[in-house]
Design a protein around this ligand. Structure first.
Ligand SMILES: Nc1nc2c(ncn2[C@@H]2O[C@H](COP(=O)(O)OP(=O)(O)OP(=O)(O)O)[C@@H](O)[C@H]2O)c(=O)[nH]1
Ligand SMILES: [Mg+2]
Length: 225
């Protein structure tokens, strides 16, 4: 008999020109999350969307691109699952840990963060590692939140949490707000270490702007209350 209490899972990604990585990432997700909805918000000019659909993912096209934050909020709010797990579409995050994150939500957490930087992963340049540690330290100083990584793109959220907050979608560094604001709103969180792999394809990261936005989202009330 079907278990009516079993939570459903969506794995969501945003993508911009990830045609070299997307098929492998979707296959890795499917291998561990057989029944999950896999959803992409895609802003590519290459074949990412077509490849994703061929591999069984749902695709929402957002074109021309509206930036990381708007794409991510659309992905999170369009997911149908009771539990939503986010990943980058570039092969950097360990899909084998999806069941672990899903189980932690089933145990009662509202948000499960992951940390890539308990130790510096080989795939992360020193300057990025140090910046991530600094951002986490500032988050502890300002908010008392114990974390080592406020920028991880791999997290699990409950659907209820996602829809309960009106996110500041425009701008960079949205993962910082998604994490801090959830905790400030009283949601229960935990953090687990993960591996971090070398990226397939080219990064879209713009370091200077991302750093400015990170500090805004940590220190300005408008972004964390
Ligand atoms: N739909 C959409 N996706 C985007 C946009 N900007 C970035 N992405 C995707 O967002 C995810 C994160 O971007 P990345 O380029 O990996 O940035 P990052 O993870 O900070 O940097 P790396 O460590 O180099 O991977 C990737 O899957 C990108 O394809 C955008 O404007 N629209
Ligand atoms: Mg990435």
């Amino acid at each position: 008999m079907e278990n009516k209490n079993k939570k459903t899972l969506s794995v969501v990604m945003i993508s911009m020109n990830e045609e070299k990585a997307v098929a492998a990432v979707i296959k890795d997700i499917r291998a561990v999350a057989t029944d999950a909805e896999i959803l992409l918000v895609d802003s590519s000019t290459d074949k990412t969307a077509e490849i994703a659909q061929e591999n069984g993912a749902k695709v929402i096209k957002q074109y021309p691109p509206k930036g990381y934050g708007r794409a991510m909020v659309l992905a999170l709010t369009s997911a149908s699952g009771d539990v939503v797990i986010t990943l980058d579409c570039d092969g950097t995050y360990p899909c084998e840990d999806i069941p672990k994150l899903f189980n932690l939500i089933n145990e009662g957490y509202d948000i499960v963060n992951t940390t890539r930087v308990e130790k510096r992963p080989k795939a992360m340049p020193y300057e990025n590692f140090l910046a991530n540690r600094l951002f986490a330290f500032c988050t502890w100083l300002r908010h008392g939140i114990k974390t080592t990584d406020v920028h991880s793109g791999m997290r699990a959220y409950t659907k209820e949490l996602i829809h309960s907050i009106d996110w500041n979608a425009p701008g960079l560094a949205l993962p910082v707000e998604l994490f801090i604001r959830s905790i400030k709103h009283g949601y229960k969180y935990t953090e687990v270490p993960i591996k971090y792999f070398e990226r397939i394809g080219n990064t879209t990261l713009t370091r200077f702007d991302s750093t400015i936005w990170t500090f805004k989202r940590i220190f300005c009330k408008k972004y964390y209350l």
